[in-house]
Design a protein around this ligand. Sequence first.
Ligand code: ATP
Ligand code: MG
Length: 336
Amino acid sequence: MIWLGIESSCDETACAILRDDPLEILSNPLYSQIQEHAKYGGVVPEVAARAHLEKITTICQKAIDEAKISLKDIDAIAFTRGPGLMGPLLVGASFARGLARDLNIPAYGINHLEGHLSAAWLTEQDLEPPYLTLTVSGGHTELVVEEPGFKYTLLGRTRDDAAGEAFDKSGILIGLQYPAGSTISKLAKGKNRKFHNFPRALKNEDNGEFSFSGLKTAVRRYVESNSPEFIQENLGDIAASLEDAIIDSLVAKTIWALKKTGFKTLIVGGGVSANGLLRERLGKYCESHGIRLAFPTLYNSTDNGAMIAAAAIRRARAGMLPETSTEVKPWLPLAI
Ligand SMILES: Nc1ncnc2c1ncn2[C@@H]1O[C@H](COP(=O)(O)OP(=O)(O)OP(=O)(O)O)[C@@H](O)[C@H]1O
Ligand SMILES: [Mg+2]
């Protein structure tokens, strides 16, 4: 069975071709709209929708060409139905449905977050729920228990900004370009993580909640009370201190959730799961506590088409594919 996965919820136009049984990613190209949005310091929904419209046919054709298949070989389509930006979601869903109708095949709407949590499964297919999951992305930061049958229970999420948003907004305040997560991580390498003590809100509270908006304010105050030259001269150390604060909060609450639930498997997904410090620190804890830890590949950590097809394949194998007539939903939590 050949699947086409389509992701268009935010600022990546992504398509992938996957073969199931045995599972193989035949192609997974994407067009990143970073340059379109960088000058605005964040994603502009209208600009994103237009860029998806311009690129989606090209990226889909690229996925087909790289997979060395033809259009008529596709048996089913999986597209992101939410959560995400309305315009971008509509572009992907309309494209998927139109193509499905032409080819007389089904098109299934997939939850983007279930996609992120299925990305690690692409490399470790023996992962079976129940387990603890941590989603850390541009729009989400949450600890969720996944049980068989795609049943999700929320342990805690961010009260305000997401971890990726904290990287991006803090980065812009210290003069970096959107999206700043991977830039901060690169600048931080080998630098002094104790250079400045940025706040770790809620870190010691007995719950699974996060908060990053105070960090943003602290960074703004820090930038205002120091000269531009000082910030520039110490950019590496400031980036390292920032990264330390964000990752420290994520790791502390994940350990809280592991202790609380007793799960021996942890799955991480979302763009911030590409972060080396997060991988290193969770890796250390899990190794010393006999916990299996699964991350996606670096490429599959951020938005891509393969993770959407992966979620559909997991559901197909379990006989739990969604209805084909689903609407797009900008707000679509995995668990409330
Ligand atoms: N190495 C890294 N370290 C820290 N953050 C990173 C790294 N690489 C990417 N990110 C962050 O990941 C985010 C993008 O992730 P992703 O593509 O999953 O987000 P999104 O799809 O926009 O949000 P969501 O999945 O919540 O809808 C950005 O905020 C970016 O800064
Ligand atoms: Mg995402």
